[in-house]
Design a protein around this ligand. Sequence first.
Ligand code: ARG
Length: 585
Amino acid sequence: MASVHSLASTVQQRLADALSAALPEAGSTDPLLRRSDRADFQANGILALAKKLKGNPRELATKVVDQVQGDAIKEIEVSGPGFLNITLADRAIIETLAARAADDRLGVPLKENPGVTVIDYAQPNVAKEMHVGHLRSAVIGDALRGMLDFTGEKTIGRHHIGDWGTQFGMLIQYLIENPGELAPADDVDGEQAMSNLNRVYKASRAVFDSDEEFKERARKRVVALQSGDKETLELWQQFVDESKVYFYSVFEKLDMEIRDDEIVGESAYNDLMPETARLLEESGVAVRSEGALVVFFDEIRGKDDQPVPLIVQKADGGFGYAASDLSAIRNRVTDLNATSLIYVVDVRQSLHFKMVFEAARRAGWLSDDVTAHNMGYGTVLGADGKPFKTREGETVKLEDLLDEAAERATAVVREKAEKVGLTEEEIVENGRYVGIGAVKYADLSTSANRDYKFDLDQMVSLNGDTSVYLQYAYARIRSILRKAGETRPGAHPELELAPAERALGLHLDAFGDLLYEASADYAPHKLAAYLYQLASLYTTFYDQCPVLKADSEAQVENRLFLCDLTARTLHQGMALLGIRTPERL
Ligand code: ARG
């Protein structure tokens, strides 16, 4: 494994060195290097510096130019009011890419001081259908995790499933009075499991709403559950197991690996909650108010300007959502040694997290060294711009949605299948990867906090910013490489590069830098945008630069080399986002 400095970081360093050599009095200054259309890079940092030193920017820039060393830079010139335009040597570009190609990680370094990030994502609720919101959390969390892992960060997943609370009194009591309504979890598939759970949920809710005596028995059942009554817990476990059969079937459809030891739901923090409450009360972070234990925040106020409290413990002694989240923070910080906590949860819960994080900070569980961040995601909308529903106004079943995506994608794949020579089996498999990829990519390419339209027609379109476009780009490159014979093509740094080759090369070189930036910002959409641009630059390159029919053998090889590195970068980037790239499409 050898990590490679990007050309941008090399130039950045050279400029910073030149700046401090030319102007020792300036201290360390950021040259503000950007990609540019005029040259390869432009540095704008001298303008601000000149202002600070009350000097003439063009003069300063000229001084800096005289100091710039290194053969990677072919040309550096002062332009405009004091910008620097920098053009790299073709040789430097290909040599750097060759170093990347020689490395399994494409030259992307591992973090020197990795932290531990706990990602709370993919958290459906027991005995309930998963909806598009849960889909977003799963897709975004999984991608973020892939990206962070690749940088060397240690990530731990936590699927904070809704497996606790008063509704279980109702469900369990119903099952006691109607035994046999749930088949053993071993005997059902995901679909059967969910339809059983749905039936029990609806039936128990109907009795609960109409029968006061049942209601009372259900309330007592909650107490039995919380005090650990054996029979009650066994039935509760049955609901959880049955739901997990269903969850796993959906995650598998999503082509996503979820580990059982990372499914740690609300119930797991049950034993910690009394202590959490005690610690908060003793430290004065929480106070008793009308019998309940609550935390107040000056800045958080409700309608009538009354402060809205976070309820840690209700007046009847019960604990809720906030207590479980506060206990989870203690567990993640103390037992898992987390340095960052990320929550991929619907933006509509952002007030809850704001209060929970602030309470945890006051209690000393979070600090400058241990941070928490809620990646609140927006609502999934239908093509009509309203929250995504069926025509009848019901929430859309996640599995139906994924099945439909796979179906439509299979039709798209089938259209081209004959030309590519795909077997029926390959058509179905690729169709699934294209369909699921389309759903994931549509979600990931919009920045998470924005609402996004769930529009299958657009998602499986071959044109535009879709995963299908990227997957086809990948498959096309692989087909060229197969035609050329499978040996890994060698690079030719001695060749002069065409503009489209330079543009593609520089973009390939930026993969590692971009990945670090996107990971630090918790922004999978930046990686998606990078990959889309990569595919577009490749398309331009392919249009302008013949590969197999290039002028010389060396040029054929060098272009194949660029093709190969593009394919590997696309494949790696898509894999980090959780999207497959079939070899033939
Ligand atoms: N189960 C919750 C829901 O469906 C999401 C849980 C989010 N995570 C958490 N730590 N509160 O809305």
